[in-house]
Design a protein around this ligand. Structure first.
Ligand SMILES: [Zn+2]
Length: 406
């Protein structure tokens, strides 16, 4: 049996006035996703347990079948796996957003979706100056605005952060005063000082001067959050006896897949944004099916459209995913023999709030051994006519693989 999973990040939403009172999943034309729900089963899953913030880190672990209560240690450590940065047992990884502050407010947590090459130049400038002032810290460039800071610890020494350390995801507080959301608790002073010192280095940097001249948002600040130590999770192949592959432009998601032992497949033209090359992701997924038992494709675009509060862009992203990824992947699975395919967002991202939401997400799966629901794929059919609410959501994987009661 071969398995395909498609994760439209942040796709779940509420009815939206701009879409005629429909959710983006209802407003979009999604023949391939609807076919999966109609031919198979659908339901809801709660991927974010109550004590966590709703975000892709916790939710992706859960989607991959890992209980976040047991395995989640923070967001940044998952991302640095994909960056290839080794973490020792006493080291901490911290997410370092490049972002734009205007009049003290978090105007753009992506710094205008800064290009990775520009971001890398800015991160290199921070690395050249700040470790001398703050021993033990390192900066590492990731994709676009998503970069990392490492704090190297020492065995037996006091840890730089602990349970009391509170940091805020900047995408959860758009347009709010930065000063209201600075780190608190153990290690807050270090984080605040590094953030402050970074501002003067970034302000003078040629990359930012050029961006301002070109009418683009400068990356005039960093935001440190998502700290954690290296997690340890059992390999997917040991748990389920299947070889997996992950296709994503986002370090967090591919890092989580790599942690599970999945092959990371990089797709040229995959950007983690609305301009991603959907068709290329579909082609690479089908190619990966030849050599893997399970292929997971993650697309960030619907989440980004929600964060920007753009209903039409979200609908368009969903339609492109349906046409260029879900439809061809489903067909490729069907023609090769026994198969299953699953559609499930990690979490909801609401156009109304431009932020993540902890409501359960709708899933749909079809394939060998699954009977037809006759329903379309959207939030309401999953709630009213669908199958069970899986809570905790990490149990969805066993159900998908046919290893749990259906
Ligand atoms: Zn998001």
């Amino acid at each position: 049996m071969k398995y395909g999973i498609v994760i439209p990040d942040g796709a779940a939403d509420e009815p939206c006035a701009a879409l005629g009172g429909r959710t983006p999943l209802q407003a979009a034309r999604l023949p391939a996703m609807d076919a999966i729900a109609r031919e198979g089963v659908l339901g809801r899953a709660r991927h974010v347990p109550d004590r966590f913030l709703p975000a892709s880190d916790v939710a992706t672990l859960s989607l991959f079948g890992y209980d976040p209560e047991r395995y989640y240690t923070g967001r940044a450590p998952l991302e640095v796996v994909a960056m290839g940065v080794p973490l020792g047992p006493d080291d901490w990884a911290v997410r370092c957003n490049l972002m734009t502050i205007v009049e003290g407010r978090i105007a753009d947590f992506t710094a205008g979706h800064i290009r990775s090459e520009e971001g890398a130049a800015l991160i290199a400038a921070l690395q050249a100056e700040l470790p001398a002032r703050f021993p033990g810290i390192e900066f590492h460039a990731g994709v676009s605005y998503r970069n990392a800071m490492i704090v190297r610890g020492q065995a037996g020494a006091v840890a730089p952060f602990d349970e009391s350390t509170r940091t805020t995801p900047p995408h959860d507080v758009p347009d709010q005063p930065a000063a209201d959301h600075l780190p608190e608790g153990t290690g807050a002073r270090l984080l605040r000082e590094v953030m402050r010192e970074a501002e003067s280095i970034l302000a003078e940097h040629p990359v930012n001067r050029a961006r301002v001249e070109a009418g683009q948002r400068p990356a005039n600040a960093i935001w440190l959050w998502g700290q954690g130590r290296a997690p340890s999770v059992p390999r997917f192949s040991e748990l389920h006896g299947l070889r997996g592959a992950i296709i994503s432009a986002v370090d967090l998601v591919r890092g989580t897949g790599m942690l599970a032992g999945w092959t990371r497949i990089d797709v040229p033209g995959a950007t983690g944004y609305l301009d991603t090359d959907y068709a290329a992701k579909g082609r690479y997924a089908i190619e990966a099916l030849r050599t893997h038992d399970l292929v997971c494709v993650h697309i960030e675009a619907p989440d980004e459209a929600s964060h920007e509060g753009r209903p039409e862009a979200k609908v368009e992203a969903l339609e492109r995913i349906d046409e260029a990824i879900v439809a061809p992947l489903h067909e490729a699975l069907r023609v090769q023999g026994a198969y299953r395919i699953l559609i499930c967002p990690d979490h909801a991202t609401l156009l109304r709030t431009r932020a993540h939401d902890r409501a359960p997400v709708p899933w749909a799966m079809c394939g060998t051994g699954l009977a037809g629901s006759g329903l379309a794929y959207d939030e309401r059919s999953a709630l009213e006519g669908g199958g069970p609410l899986l809570d905790p959501g990490w149990r969805l994987m066993a159900r998908f693989l046919g290893r749990a009661d259906e």
